[in-house]
Design a protein around this ligand. Structure first.
Ligand code: CU
Length: 492
């Protein structure tokens, strides 16, 4: 059990949204949008200070807090803990100077079962007033969230929620199982790194896995990688109106930008600016807002879908079917039913290729990046059923118009140097195990396809990619000792 203490400071700022489908340097024209948000993050864990700058009781930090005014972006910092932790969030109000708004703010931990006084609904609790004099300590309030249930949550300001939420005052809130809570349901990690469930070895679980590779206290909620997909929508007229002191009627809401983790395509493909640098403390780097999903064939990956927008999102995923393993921080009842019936892996769960996510809802979608090479390659390279191979067809098309064959980035996009692959290249490679079949790319997007636009320009908005690489080279082990190279085989 840990005490995790976050400090969030409410203020305003600007985001810049793309207006064309081109990545910089081609797509340089941006739409500047005024936003509200929280800045700050994890202050300390137990007695270990993670970021001393967030210590609001230290007068030498007061000018640093002043410097944070106007730096808000979307989304707000990630907040997370493990089952049994106490999560504290201290709220400071730096004000919204661009709009001259001196409103109070709150933190509402959406989905948390907390007392009315801690719920952040100001009409039945309180708001935190603006810090006026930076020579004196700020007015603060500290919220408490006892992390009883693992799952995907969110937090947001609840003061004049129609406006403050639209303006961007929200972030992801995640609770992992703890080693202890896993043990209570029979999931244990042995000293040699192996995992067992009710005494039975679980070969598919990596030796490097921790309790933070489970979404719930359930063996079937294990994942290799996880991604937050925080969805929201922006009506720039409303934002402009708040910035200039206008009088926007919320019933006139008509969004023109749709965001994933605060960004619209093609920015969704780029490294996220809020991601901590590699090698940082696990307490701050466990989760991030990357929206470009990058996995290996054979891996299980979790999409933590959160809708903070005002519109329902039909989130469609190409390539594979997902299994719904949880909704609103509650594990799917089918996890237990599937286990009781002795069904394999994720059989028996609610599955699909489009999840309809309303405002304020969260879904935990688990996907296995299955290896379908043999099935796909046969037709693409060899042809079948008297139909010429896709390679032959693509060669003919290429001869007629080379521009219609896409060049696709081979790595998470680096804007300075975009390496691309052209799938006709696969055809020129010998069809072996080490072929040129990877990476594979699948889009996922809002299937109200007009919302995969930026102010009407397609493609844009709520659209991103899943990149799948070749399966990991896996060792066949005779024992738990070191594994000589000749025992390594390609496979999953
Ligand atoms: Cu607010």
């Amino acid at each position: 059990m840990s005490v995790r203490h976050y400090v969030l400071a409410a203020t305003d700022g600007f985001i810049e949204l793309p207006t064309s489908p081109d990545l910089p340097p081609v797509g340089t024209e941006r739409r500047k949008v005024y936003v509200f948000g929280f800045v700050g993050g994890l202050f300390k864990v137990n007695n270990k200070v993670i970021n001393e700058d967030l210590n609001w009781t230290n007068p030498s930090n007061w000018p640093k807090f002043k410097d944070l005014i106007g730096t808000a972006t979307i989304p707000s910092p990630m907040v997370w803990g493990e089952t049994g932790d106490r999560v504290y969030i201290t709220l400071i109000n730096l004000g919204m100077p661009t709009a001259g708004i001196m409103d109070a703010h709150t933190v509402h931990m959406h989905g948390a079962h907390v007392a009315t006084q801690l719920d952040g609904f100001p009409e039945s609790s309180f708001g935190v007033p603006m810090w006026m004099d930076f020579d004196k300590a700020p007015p603060v309030a500290t919220y408490l969230f006892d992390t009883e249930h693992p799952g995907t949550y969110m937090y947001h300001c609840h003061v004049e929620a129609s406006e403050h939420v639209q303006m961007g005052m929200y972030g992801a809130l995640v609770v992992y199982p703890s080693m202890k809570s896993l043990e209570l349901v029979g999931i244990r990690k042995l000293c040699n790194g192996s995992w067992v469930y009710k005494g039975k070895l679980q070969d598919h679980i990596s030796e490097t896995a921790t309790n933070r590779n489970f979404a719930y206290n359930d063996i079937r909620s294990y994942f290799n990688k996880e991604y937050i997909m925080l969805l929201s929508d922006i009506d720039t007229r409303w934002h402009d109106s708040v910035q200039t002191g206008g009088n926007f009627n919320p019933i006139d809401f008509k969004p023109d930008f749709w965001l994933v983790n605060g960004r619209a395509f093609p920015d969704t493909l780029l490294p996220h600016p809020l991601t901590p640098i590699e090698g940082s403390n696990k307490d701050v780097s466990q989760l991030n807002y990357e929206s470009y999903v990058h996995v290996k064939t054979g891996e299980l990956f979790l999409l933590r879908m959160i809708n903070m927008g005002y519109q329902v999102v039909p989130w469609h995923i190409h390539g594979w079917h997902f299994a719904v393993i949880g909704k609103d921080a509650n594990p799917s009842p089918f996890l237990k039913i599937s286990e009781t019936l002795g069904l394999h892996a994720h059989e028996g769960l609610e599955r699909g290729f489009t999840a309809t996510i309303g405002s304020g809802e969260t879904f935990d979608l688990l996907i296995e990046a299955e290896d379908k090479r043999p099935q796909y390659r046969n037709y693409i390279v060899n042809g079948q059923d008297c139909i010429s191979s896709l390679c032959n067809q693509m060669h003919k098309i290429k001869n007629i118009d080379p521009n219609v064959i896409a060049n696709i980035p081979t790595e998470p996009v680096n804007i300075n140097n975009i390496d691309t692959v052209n799938y006709v290249d696969i055809c020129d490679e010998p069809s072996t195990v080490n072929d040129n079949f990877f990476p594979q790319f699948y889009p996922m997007h809002n299937h109200d396809d007009y919302k995969a636009t930026n102010n009407g320009v397609y493609p844009g908005g709520q659209l991103t990619y899943i990149q799948t690489d070749a399966p990991e080279q896996k060792c066949e082990k005779k024992n738990h000792g070191s594994c000589p190279e000749n025992y390594c085989i390609l496979g999953i």
